[in-house]
Design a protein around this ligand. Sequence first.
Ligand code: HEM
Length: 440
Amino acid sequence: MARSYDEIPHIGTLPEDYQTRIGPYLASMYEKHGPIFRATTLFGDEVVYLVGPEANRFVLSSERLKFSHHQGWGQAFGVINMLGNGLLTMDGAEHDQHRRMMNPAFAVSYMDKYLPIMNRVIRERAAKWLAKKEVDIYQEARKITFDVAAEALAGLKIGPDVDRFRDIYVQMLMLGMVAMSEQDYADNLERLKGELYALLAPKIQERREHPTDDVLGMLVRARDDQGRALSDEQLIAHTNILLVAGHETSTSLSAWLLYLLSQNPAYERRVLDEQAALLSPDAEPTLDAIKQMKVLDNALSEAERLYPPVANGPRGVVEDFEFNGYHVPAGVFVFYSIAATHLLPSVFANPAHFDPDRFAPPREEDKKTPYSLVGFGGGPRICIGINFAQVEIKALASYSLRHYRLEPVPNQEIVQFYRGTGMPLNGITMRVTKRERMTV
Ligand code: HEM
């Protein structure tokens, strides 16, 4: 007989500095209380945490239909109010149908089409770094990933329009931090949404008249089971989610990867050796070369593990369930925890330590326990942009490491803070010098 909801351990109110240590804090609660516990958020709401690979499998795969993205990301996290109802916030048949429409554009075979855009944007943006001498690698990564998402996914022409789009999204994501009151927040959000609509609606109309080959063009042409086209509102919501999810997360992870490599010169040396073996210094990476960058790939997985851009996956519970001997009723709000799972010593040896070889044979710690490395989620609703993001981040790292030596300027406070994604709160300022030869 399952124990009641009220018997689930309650860990009290989350600490004030929760946003800067979600992973370590929740991992320590797991060690103390096991894979399910309750907490009160700083806003006074009660939430249930499900932590660890088994919990991830339960939420993402075996019992996934008992959980709602719409209630989690959509309503509790306010994504629908901000960006509209796109793929991330849909449930059930509606979600599956829209995901089927978009899937082809994210298959590995499509990456050949995106990689030249990625390489060009990286080259043009990174060419300016040397003259600046010091750059905030987080802000630079954002310009690159946004330009790439805007051109590759929405077919937008890079330039002032795209810069304006980026500014609007950044302002939207920052609103929670800067708004003076709820009214101020609501007014500013409406203003920004209006601006976004005014910019996007003509682009959609253009695509209706002259179909394009990007994801937005594909969605404009798509028809549902009843032969209906998507409305402007639906198309704008999808575009918003793709542009926001498609750049914000990759920005954080790119910055953390470059930072981690700068802190671990012995491993960076091995990445450079691998680059030298695969590419001449000025060559642009091909998809084939990117696939062969195993040493870099393992560093990327380690950055994903240590600094996951998404800390927790929010869900509304739509059907009662039992987990680890406890009954959880519909109507409750839960998180599966990505950041905490990544720090469990039962899964990852010495988890606080940077050790990309944990992903190489014979150790392959992530493969030994399914659903243990879940920076991109998992199961049928795994991140649709996983291939896109991994190719892009590896292309960016490959270019910057082969051309520049990047060293964080001393005395800066580098801290991860979860606001939307796990960004470096104050950025990461790097000194940029030319890498003459492939030496560390
Ligand atoms: C480092 C980069 C990225 C990370 C860490 C990341 C992470 C995630 C995670 C954890 C989820 C699942 C959320 C959940 O289970 O609640 C997700 C879903 C999603 N991601 Fe990503 N993402 C990244 C890049 C991208 C890119 C490049 C795109 C678009 C081009 C994208 C679009 C989406 C969408 C649309 C969903 C919802 C999919 C669905 O529910 O069917 N993401 N992402």
